[in-house]
Design a protein around this ligand. Structure first.
Ligand SMILES: Cc1cc2nc3c(=O)[nH]c(=O)nc-3n(C[C@H](O)[C@H](O)[C@H](O)COP(=O)(O)O)c2cc1C
Length: 332
């Protein structure tokens, strides 16, 4: 068994947040992360994402590195890009614990972290001194418009793109209509100031009502000049193991919806925006299904927790092997 698999199994025996802290500490060690991740360097894997040249289309989703201190090591695992955060203007401690629970048999998680993070000033300083090994994005979210603009201004100079988290189930901007208004106002305010690509991360949908809400947000993002969309964040569920009794579902349980969501959002926005698929992606086959549905890239989080870092290389190699057929489908 490879060493990273042994470490991953050991971490999975610990309580989820302890395991996450352990993984975070390990990422701070000077280990050969390129070899551990094992992603190939191949021109065939390169992607242009809203003008950003990515070495491959496999991204790390937001929330894994909430302080952005490990983006360097995570890039070295071979991700095509990494998304740090979500970061808010002021530091937040997040929700009371326990706030992550595993659904091991379904390779899923429920979390109600509530965006713990060190705040935009600290993260700007972290990003300034961190070596830049590959494309890095940062996810931002603030309920208050002025705060969101300041967070954007503080962090944008240090990253290749910003991902606006318009979808955290643990931090609400209000009811659905308020959400639409808030997103429109925020994008209108950011548009004249921004210098780098802007992505909007949307919630997933399942029912017709949810679909209408999400597609409305997608069109607002398009009309306000966003460069791309990340589809999607976690899905709200009840879970009595969490202190808050509810949280966001991630992992395999989301995948049955992910490919369809990508296709529907793409159609609803007339293919005008790049789409990053996210939600339960755990293999090259899953990634390819999303790319064939029109996604430019994929993002992973929960599968990394269950499978360990060698998953990055496995997905990238699988995409590389299938590239000729992807290209034939007009997406290569
Ligand atoms: C513990 C945990 C924390 C997360 N924190 C964030 C976050 O801060 N911002 C965000 O946009 N998404 C966050 N997410 C959502 C992931 O980025 C991703 O959208 C979601 O988990 C679905 O992808 P996956 O099934 O590959 O995990 C978090 C997910 C988990 C499991």
């Amino acid at each position: 068994m490879e060493a990273s698999r042994v470490v991953t199994s050991a971490l999975l025996r610990l309580p989820p947040e302890t395991a996450h802290r352990g993984a975070d500490r390990l990422l701070g060690l000077p280990l050969p992360w390129e070899r551990i991740g094992g992603a190939p360097r191949s021109d065939a894997l390169g992607v242009d994402l809203a003008g950003i040249a990515l070495p491959n289309p496999v991204g790390l989703a937001a929330g894994f590195d909430k302080s952005c201190r490990r983006l360097d090591a995570l890039s070295r695992l071979g991700f095509g890009y990494v998304v740090g955060g979500t970061i808010t203007r002021r530091p937040r401690i997040g929700n009371p614990r326990p706030r992550i629970a595993r659904i091991r048999e379904r390779r899923s998680l429920v979390n109600a972290m509530g965006l713990p993070n060190p705040g935009a000033d600290v993260v700007a300083r972290t990003l300034l001194r961190l070596p830049r090994r590959g494309p890095r994005f940062v996810s931002i979210a603030d309920e208050d418009l002025a705060d969101a603009l300041e967070t954007h201004a503080l962090l944008e100079p240090h990253v290749d793109a910003i991902e606006l988290n318009a979808s955290c189930p643990n931090v609400s901007w209000g009811r659905d209509r308020d959400n639409e208004e808030h997103l429109a106002a925020l994008l209108r305010a950011i548009a004249p100031r921004r210098e780098r690509p802007l992505f909007v991360k949307l919630p997933p949908f399942r029912t017709d009502v949810e679909r209408d809400v999400v597609l409305a947000l997608a069109r607002i993002a398009r009309d306000a000049g966003a460069d791309g969309l990340t589809c999607s964040n976690t899905r709200p569920v009840a879970d009595a193991r969490l202190a808050s009794r509810a949280g966001g579902l991630s992992g395999r349980d989301l995948f049955p919806d992910t490919v369809g969501i990508v296709a529907e959002v793409r159609a609803a926005t007339d293919g005008a925006l790049a789409i990053n698929a996210c939600g339960g992606i755990a293999s090259a086959r899953d990634a390819l299904a999303c790319l064939r549905a029109g996604a430019a890239t994929v993002q992973i989080y929960t599968a990394l927790v269950y499978e360990g870092p060698a998953l990055v290389g496995r997905i990238a190699r699988g995409i590389s092997a299938a590239r000729p057929s992807t290209a034939r489908a007009g997406l290569g």
